[in-house]
Write a new protein. Structure first.
Length: 354
């Protein structure tokens, strides 16, 4: 384990001692096995500008809060923790929005408590590049993705989301189609002004990361750097990803809520990104219906639910396709055995003929 610098040593490299340029936001809940990696990744950052670390603990029932408190006592001018006494997520509140309200930096960097940064120059590198591309309000980069087997043991570790080998600006359409994993969450840095313009419908989005990425890219696109500078844990015990993968009903409700949020976004943007939205929801719906671990009854209930809503983002052809499935449920039984990529291309071809 690398020895960390003291708070005085970290701050001595800053060219000014005023307001932080970057606010690091770390939301955490029951991450006692991982939170220290996240905090150490923040404290190893070498930058010539001030930064602060906002750690929002959502009333963890393990030792997460005590670990965060220990580091906050050692680095009181850098680490600024928020310790909830009641779980906010269970009350329908978004912890990320609560944490944002405590930030003071011009930029916000994200990293959840079960992920961590691997490069000591990450903040400096990303901020320098964002200043070179001022039209971009958000930036991201690839990550190492570890599939958790147990604790810090992994069944495999891969380089994920290395889209190209050079700096590139991706359009909002690419992020919409790419889904929430197109930009790894622990790689994100964005301008704080994005959160001052969060629309009202954001409070009901099922996946905040995905819509933050989209909203952040609306001005001048999303700036991509090819450097791998963070580690994302996949399916860590108790993580949101694990809850989704293990609960078919939750997955169905999540997808339905995503469609509602994309419909609200479509209205907000006057249909400018409707084609990308159509592509994205077609892909998501087909993947869900082709899932082998989702019972047929849940799939039928999902189809009935979305067909009953007039959200303006389902194409007529896709709607008719779902009606066919509704009337002929045997097709749903064989869908998991069909090649999903082929089905996707067929539906997208139909969409292009609209």
């Amino acid at each position: 384990m690398i020895k960390l610098r003291t708070e005085t040593e970290i701050m001595s490299a800053w060219r000014s001692a005023g307001k932080p340029l970057v606010s690091v936001v770390c939301t955490t809940y029951n991450h006692e096995k991982y939170i220290e990696d996240a905090i150490r990744g923040f404290l190893m950052q070498e930058s010539n500008f001030p930064f602060e670390v906002i750690i929002h603990d959502d009333a963890s029932t393990d030792s997460t809060a005590s670990i965060a408190r220990k580091y906050a006592q050692k680095y009181p001018n850098i680490i600024k923790p928020i310790f909830q006494t009641e779980n906010q997520y269970s009350q329908g509140k978004k912890c990320i929005i609560i944490a944002f309200s405590y930030t003071t930096g011009e930029y916000i960097a994200l990293c959840e408590g079960d992920d961590y940064w691997t490069d000591s120059k990450k903040l400096q590198t990303q901020i320098d590049k964002m200043k070179m591309y001022p039209e971009c309000s958000i930036s991201f980069h690839p990550c190492l993705r570890g599939y958790v087997k147990e604790g810090n043991n992994y069944s495999k570790v891969i380089v994920s989301k290395k889209h190209v080998n050079n700096i590139k600006i991706f359009s909002p359409d690419k992020l919409i189609i790419g889904g929430g994993t197109f930009c790894p969450t622990p790689s994100l840095i964005m301008k704080n002004k994005i959160f001052k313009m969060i629309p009202a419908w954001f409070s009901t989005v099922p996946v905040g990361d995905y819509f933050i990425q989209i909203l952040g890219s609306l001005g001048g696109g999303a700036l991509y750097l090819p450097d791998v500078m963070c580690f994302h844990r996949k399916n860590a015990p108790g993580s949101w990803g694990q809850r989704v993968s293990n609960n078919p009903v939750y997955r169905a409700n999540l997808l339905s809520a995503r469609l509602n949020s994309l419909s609200a976004f479509n209205l907000d943007t006057s249909g400018k990104y409707l084609k990308a939205i159509n592509f994205a929801i077609t892909k998501r719906i087909l993947e869900f219906l082709a899932s082998r671990d989702v019972p047929r009854l849940i799939k039928l209930e999902f189809i009935e639910s979305i067909l009953s809503k007039k959200n303006g983002i389902l194409t007529d052809k896709l709607g008719r396709f779902l009606q066919i499935l509704q009337r002929n449920s045997r097709i749903i039984q064989i869908m998991p055995y069909l090649y999903i990529g082929l089905m996707h291309r067929v539906i997208c071809k139909i969409m292009r003929q609209e």
